[in-house]
Every structure is written in C-alpha cells, then in structure tokens.
Design a protein around this ligand. Sequence first.
Ligand code: ZN
Length: 544
Amino acid sequence: MPALYRTYRPQNFQQVIGQEIIKTTLQNAIINNRTVHSYLFSGPRGTGKTTMARIFSKALNCINRQPNLAEPCNTCINCKSINDNAFIDLIEIDAASNRGIDEIRNLKEAIRFAPSQKNGYKIYIIDEAHMLTKDASNALLKTLEEPPSNTIFILATTDAHKMIPTILSRVQKFDFKPLAHSELKQKILFIAKEEKVKIDEQVVNQIILQAMGGARDAESILGKLISAGTEDITIDFASAILGKNSYFEAYTLLEFLSQNQIYLAIRHIHKLYASGYGIDQLIVNLLTISHNIFLLQIENSLIQKESLLDDEYSKLESLALTISKVKIRNFIQSLEIIKSQTHTAYLPYLPLELVIAQIWEIDNMNNNEKNIISDNIDNTIITKSDIKLAPKTKPVENTPPLNTPPAPTITQPKDSPVVKETSGSADVYSVYKIYPAINKALTKTNKSLAIIFAQTQPVDIIDNTIVIAVESDFYRSRLDKNTKLILEYITEHYPSILGINFVTKKVSSINTMNIEPNNDFNAEDDEKPKDINDTIADIFKDSL
Ligand SMILES: [Zn+2]
C-alpha cells in the first residue's frame, strides 16, 4: 500500500487544508503575474511546504490554465509530468544531503539555461534550506542576487532563523502554521471515508494529539491503522497498535485534584498503570494540560484555541477556576523535575504520587479541614531531595507578623505558613487565607463573581467590618450588589465579622502585607494588559 500522504497529497490549491493566507497570496500572484524570484516557505515539518511549492510550480507551468484562474489542470503534459516527478524544469534539491550542497555550487552554471518551455518557469525547490553550509549559502546568495528571468527559487525550511540574514532579506517569506485540530480532523475523516474505513472519534483525537499539527504525521499514523487491516478502527484496536494515550485520563486526574480528591487521584494513577498506560506519557500529558491552565489563569488570549480538541477549552476554564494559580505553578515545576525519574524510581508512579501528596497535602482531618489546609499549603515546591525524603508539611501555629518584608514566593514545605482556623478571632491575614475556600464556594453559585472576587484583597478590619480593596469601580459595584452572599461565606469561618466595606484601591499599593499569595497577585497585575478588566467586564456585564 503506498503511503497515504502520497496518495492523498493535494494536487491543487483547493485541496490544501489550512494555510489560507498563503494560498490566497500565491494564487493572486499567479493570476496577476506578480510572482517574485525567491520565496521562503518556513514552518514545522509536515505542514505542506513542499506540497504548496509543487502546486505553485504546476500552476505556473500548466498549459491549460486560464489567465484569470490560479489552479493547475492536472491533465496537461506539464501537470502530469510534475505529478510524476519527471518535469525537467522543476528541480528539487535536498540541502541536507551532500549532493544538495554540490548542486547548489553548480547552480550558477546550470541556471544559465532558460526554461525548456516557451513562457514556462524553471523552478528550484530547495528543501531543508537551513542545512546549507556557509559556502553553499554564499553560492546561492550570488544566484539570488542576479536571478535569470522566469526562474523561481522556493526555499523550504523548518528553521528559518538558522539561515544567513542576507538570504532572508532577498526572499518573500511565508510562515506555515501547524494545522488546527479541526483541519487535521477534516483531513483524517476525508481519508478514512475514501479508504472506506470506520473510525472512532476517540481514535481521531488520539491521532491528532500524536501528530501535533503535522498533516504528514497524522496521515502516517492513520496509514499504520488502515494497513493493519480492519474496516472498523475502534479505540481498543488503535490502542493495541499505537499504544494507549493517557491525555483524557490526565484530565480525569486533574479533575480529581481540583476537587481535592487525593485518594481518587492516586487510585486513578494505579489503575492507569495496571492497565498498561505509560507513566512518562501521563506526566507529559499532565504538563501539557497544566501549562494550558497556567496560561489561561494569566490571560485567556495566550491559549491557542485551534490547538485544542472539541470541548477542551471549557474543561480548561473550569480547572483554571478551581485549582489555585500557585498550585498549578508548583505542579508544573515539580512535574518538570520528575518527568525523567520514572525509569529509575522504585515504582514508576511513585514520584508522581509524591508530587501530588505534597502539593495537595492531606492529613487525618475531616473533609472541610482538608480543603482549607490543602489550599493553604500552596507554596510547596518539590525538589529532588524532597522526593527522596518525602517530608510532610507541618502546620505552623503562628501567623507571620504583618508589615515585615515580603517572603519569597517559593519556599520549602517546612516553611509554608499554614493557618489553623480560628473561629471568631479574625485578622486580615487569616481572612485572606480562607480566600480559596470562599472562591470555591462562589464558583459554584456565581462563576463570574468568583473571578472578580479573586482579584480583591482584604486590607483592614474596622469595628467588625472587613475592608476589601478592589481595583476598579466597575468591579466594586458588582461586589457591592453581592455583599450579602460573600459575607455569608466569610462568617461561616469568622462569625465575628459582621459587614464588608468594598473600597476602590490599587491592589499594588497594598503590597506591604506579608501575604505570599498577595505577591503573586501584584506581580501578575503589573504584567496584566490594561484591557483585561474591560474584557472581563464585557463578558460578565449581563450576568451579575
Ligand atoms: Zn495543466
């Protein structure tokens, strides 16, 4: 069976999935007779650079092409010989091979010959152009400086930054993007239909995840499955051939963690290991998802939505609201450390268990206490020595004094201040420490309010009324309307507090308290683009 990517290689512009801007620009250049002498197609592997170069070459040499159209006919002698790799005026050079370098050196001689066809184009496609040696690059540069008429160079590369700047300055550059998941899906379903095989949606997703935006990789994975000889590609069948992918299981694990269900999370890891899932891959998947959560918590525009699967964004959103920023950050740092340790560990999943236990620490407390404590040990970073010793986080009795220099954001577990709930004797610090619990409760009743509340800070307690700073009047008016609800959650923990007074105040101006999460808020606020408040305001203005 021929490779699927050859069989289903697009033969005209219309068949190319994705890269819309590049397609349109090239087609306009062909129709308007405004092609240039040298192009650079850069982008990750398998995104269609050489395919596009060949279609472009075909269109320029097609005998039947109408002047006002850019598509090649694919039936004339020129189109056919390009499709058969036999066209004399299309020269493909692989710069990564020694032969390629020699060919470049000989270019100056070869190039003197005009195209064999009247009104035709001689086209050089130089693949892996970043691999050219300095000598070869200089030889090419000379040729690019004085290009003969009707000769076009198309340089294709995965690493444009490795090319010499003088070449880069002489080419028209096109950046090929990894295919969006929806585009890959379209391609996979199209081929499956043509090949008359049924394919589970879960398998399609698995192929997309493995291909990471490369159409050629997606096609070769699909090819493996089809050539295994079944008309119905189920997830079990695919797992037997490709191995099991734990991406969705990683989501399940994070959902348990977001609810502080440590027991279920650990049990889930054991179950996955017993059913043959690789722990390394599970860790990589946890890293991928946690990184997206981390980005979403900073600013949602940082997320590349086209790289997400269907429904994935809403899952990420809900995890971003329920897992604290510090926890996610610590989790990512710890996963980075343990990702290479599974092979040498006593049990492959032990490092992961320790990371989870230390970040979402639980003791023999009741559930409520568990939630509060686990939210308060946010500043846990796993270091290599921690993993060996697996120390337990000890609650610290006394709260640190106010008005002392801010503590470093990253502290060792034994230094983490953990406040014991002290009903009735509230101070600003202890109220701030129950913010995660309040936010969790708010998220359940009013998600948008929770987002706004998360950006406030308690600053004072005057006559049993807690003073809470909020950055903008807009947020303040929203919070004022919901004072009763928020007060209820606070008095659950501190009955002595009888009222809330929201004040508009720059959060960064109250950075004198020694409250570690406070530092995070400020650091983030400084970097936050100015329009984020307006964006959030727009989204939620009707829901409050
Ligand atoms: Zn043709």
